[in-house]
Design a protein. Structure first.
Lengths: 321, 503
């Protein structure tokens, strides 16, 4: 398939997952903070911003560290490329450039999601019914994922779409864990529960660990579960599966090697050891590994340069700017 | 006019105003081919229709069937409004149109092949003056000697037809470069079958959804010989910001081929390839939806980043086929258009089946004098424009506009033509809660390959503004689903209808 189309599908997946994770994170944070002190609140919102790696961008806007300002920044700020609205717009724009690769139903569900979001009064939503808004985003992203799963052939296009989606999910989950791990004391029962809930993991967690809320168990579940689809390891294995099938017979591609190493380090990890040692450093290493994989995927599949390529050599007359 | 109050309500105050009406004859009777539709309209209230209208709008928007209008630098996605009442063309009328279009496109293919790779016999034999060809903006010396297999230079054409006051179909424009609109033809049909399924029930309407297959066949047939049985075909688009982007996507997906942009293609050693996830893959046929000027910055506009450097040289080497062929614009020149009837006689030895609109060549002194005399009765058009731009309609122009027009013509007589005003036929269209007559034209789509094939029907465009004669989508036009009826109702349907018809 066209390198450019592969790239657009990869980013469609990434942006949708970004929108969904951001909505989940905001939803849980907002509702867990309804009964807290202002200083706790500021700390929690700082954590949310770090988890989506927009803390510095937010500080530049000089807005107060409040629920209203952070939510607005992360939901509807058009100048913030990481806001939910921007992410969905970019997912839609990317999908638009590869529409011929998508099933009609998939395009329709993504397009109407984008239009629906644009048509809403998001400010009023944030003020009066944030839970409904976040639920809508989550459901619509899940709808798109479901329609994709039901209607897309398992060809190259699907692989890049799924690859982007899962790399983003793993990266977000990793960051969420490192923020929570730094902030929360082992006894912060409600907060750990909120962390699970933000990943829709609470029920699945309870079936595995019963009602205990030991941070070791929570981290193990969200990081290493082999059965829960939003865990870091599960997402990375899904991504790995796509890369394996993208590689030609007998070929060991660079992104495949890199991702294999990241997965191996998690597969054989022991959470208790990690918690005693430096979990933060380990999580950071995983996150960095994921970023490297994404870069290698781009080099390997998306930038097919050619030695006589006038476009990239800028040899065209008049092309001096 | 039917005895139902509902239908009467929809048609309340309907006036033909002396125009040829597609729906009603001169006595105000429903034309026979519209009778079944009229019968179905019984029982529809205006509320029903507006509900279905909303259904249609929602469907078009969520499917993203839109075109982009640029307003103050910001692109706005608009849907192309489809009127709920279909236009119906009976079988005998259609076979006349079809024969006329096949004849016309066959002759135009021969004409363009003669100009670009032939002996230019049409010029030597004095049919068309050489200076007229050479002074045409669309004439492209860079296209000399570039082969087009089967001579199918107009691989896709979208000939604009209008009906005059007598109901005669006339050719207004040939559109041999990059005609758009076929996606609306097919999507309109899909929308109609969803929104108003019952109105199809009594009639055999010829389908249009085989277009993708027909287009792919035609494109594969013009592939360079060396490319074998399964040539790689691509659609080349200027990109997502182009107004017709939806159609480019539509065509690529209907054919199941890649939709590429210029930056996806590279030319090396006169061979065109596309960048894929597995390296470069050779391309054999390019259905391009980019204008000539932007195709290849080496040959044409050096500032174009939409095209592919070296593409023309690859085509000249016979390693890739570009469709439509480069240089077709010369035949779209409105001054050259005036010669098409002669061109048909010259190449085919036949009388044209579909007449042109009466056209005056303003570089001819006598014709110019006559035209300038009657400027307020004529339409003046720049020869190189399409899409309704730059037109001056005499009867509705102010004196100042006419004066300016006169000065422009006198300064550049080769640059304009004048035509008699055609009183375009009208068709009932839904305006708020009732039907009013609106002017329509018809753009059928014609494919050249092994044979010349006409897709039944085409895009009926509607001038939505009252009294307006301008139907272009860029000028606020709408469209109609266009039905071509089969010659004979199916045998079993005849049986069904039998007793009723006797009764």
């Amino acid at each position: 398939m066209l390198a450019r189309d592969a790239e657009s599908l990869f980013w469609t997946g990434r942006y949708l997952e970004r929108a969904e994770s951001t909505a989940r994170l905001l939803d849980v944070t907002y509702h867990s903070l309804l009964e807290t002190t202002p200083s706790e609140e500021a700390q929690a919102w700082q954590g949310v911003l770090s988890a989506v790696r927009l803390d510095r961008r937010f500080a530049e806007t000089k807005r107060p560290l409040s629920a209203g300002a952070v939510s607005e920044f992360l939901v509807l700020d058009p100048d913030n490329a990481g806001s939910i609205l921007s992410s969905v717009d970019q997912a839609r724009e990317n999908a638009r450039t590869v529409r011929e690769q998508l099933s009609t139903e998939l395009w329709e569900s993504l397009n109407s999601f984008g239009l629906q979001l644009r048509a809403r009064n998001l400010r009023a939503d944030l003020e009066f019914q944030p839970h409904e808004l976040y639920g809508l985003v989550r459901r619509q992203c899940q709808t798109v994922a479901g329609v994709a799963a039901e209607t897309m052939a398992r060809d190259e296009g699907w692989r890049f779409f799924t690859l982007g989606w899962n790399l983003e999910r793993a990266e977000m989950a990793c960051r969420l864990l490192s923020v929570r791990y730094r902030q929360l004391s082992p006894s912060a029962f409600h907060e750990w529960m909120g962390t699970l809930r933000s990943a829709s993991a609470l029920e699945a967690y309870r079936r595995t660990y019963r009602a205990s809320m030991d941070p070791v168990d929570v981290v193990e579940f969200l990081l290493l579960s082999r059965t829960f689809p939003r865990s870091v390891l599960f997402s990375l294995r899904t991504a790995q599966n796509q890369l394996d099938r993208l590689a030609e017979e007998g070929e060991t591609s660079r992104p495949r090697r890199q991702l294999g190493r990241v997965c191996a380090s998690l597969e054989y990890a022991d959470v208790r050891e990690l918690m005693v040692g430096d979990l933060g450093a380990e999580l950071f290493a995983v996150e960095e590994g994921i970023r490297q994989v994404a870069l290698s995927v781009a080099t390997q599949y998306f930038s097919n340069s050619h030695e006589f390529d006038l476009h990239s050599l800028q040899l065209m007359p008049g092309d001096r700017g | 006019m039917g005895n139902s109050t509902e239908v009467a309500g929809l048609f309340d105050g309907y006036a033909r105003d002396g125009f040829f009406d597609e729906f009603f004859d001169d006595h105000g009777e429903v034309r026979p081919h519209y009778a079944p539709l009229m019968a179905r309209l019984v029982g529809f209230t205006s509320d029903d229709l507006s509900r279905r209208g909303r259904l249609r709008d929602a469907a078009f928007r969520s499917q993203g069937i839109t075109f982009t209008v640029y307003d103050e630098g910001e692109g706005i996605e608009r849907t192309f409004p489809m009127d709920l009442l279909p236009r119906i063309v009976p079988a005998d009328e259609w076979s006349h149109i079809e024969a006329g279009l096949v004849q016309r496109v066959t002759a135009l293919n021969a004409f363009l092949d003669d100009l670009y790779v032939g002996e230019r016999a049409v010029i030597h034999d004095g049919i068309v003056p050489p200076w007229l060809i050479e002074s045409s903006d669309g004439f492209c010396r860079e296209a000399f000697g570039i082969p087009m297999p089967l001579g199918a230079r107009c691989l896709v054409s979208g000939v604009d037809l209008v009906r005059d006051g007598e109901g005669t179909y006339r050719v207004l424009e040939d559109n041999l470069r990059n005609p758009s609109g076929i996606s609306y033809v097919i999507e309109n049909r899909v929308a109609m079958t969803r929104v108003l399924p019952t109105v199809f029930a009594d009639q055999q309407v010829r389908s249009v959804d085989h277009y993708g297959r027909s287009l792919l066949n035609a494109l594969a047939r013009v592939a360079p010989q060396a490319s074998g049985d399964r040539p790689t075909v691509v659609v080349l688009t200027p990109g997502v910001f182009n107004a017709a982007y939806f159609e480019h996507v539509f065509l690529a997906s209907q054919m199941g081929v890649e939709l590429v942009e210029g930056r996806d293609l590279v030319v090396d050693d006169h061979v065109v390839s596309m960048r894929t996830t597995r390296g470069l893959q050779r391309v054999d046929v390019i259905y391009r939806r980019i204008d000539d000027d932007f195709l290849d910055p080496v040959v044409f506009r050096p500032d174009s980043s939409l095209g592919v450097p070296g593409l023309m040289a690859a085509a000249r080497a016979g390693n890739v086929t570009i469709a439509n062929a480069v240089g077709n614009g010369v035949a779209d020149d409105k001054a050259v258009y005036a010669y098409v009837p002669d061109v048909i006689r010259y190449y085919l030895g036949e009388e044209p089946i579909l007449p042109n609109v009466e056209t005056y060549l303003l570089w001819d002194e006598d014709q110019r004098a006559e035209a300038l005399d009657r400027l307020d009765e004529l339409v003046v058009k720049p020869v190189a424009e399409a899409g309704g731009y730059g037109i001056v309609i005499g009867p509705s122009a102010t004196d100042a506009e006419l004066d300016q027009c006169r000065r422009q013509v006198e300064a550049d007589p080769r640059g304009y033509i004048a035509q008699e005003v055609v009183a375009l036929s009208r068709h009932p269209s839904l305006v708020e809660d009732h039907l009013e007559g609106r002017h329509v034209d018809l753009r059928p789509f014609i494919l050249s390959g092994e044979h010349v094939e006409v897709i039944p029907g085409g895009l009926t465009r509607v001038a939505m503004r009252k009294g307006s004669l301008v139907v272009n989508s860029s000028q606020g036009g709408g469209s109609k689903d266009t039905w071509v009826l089969t010659a004979e109702p199916l045998a079993d349907e005849l049986d069904d209808l039998g007793p009723e018809m006797e009764a």
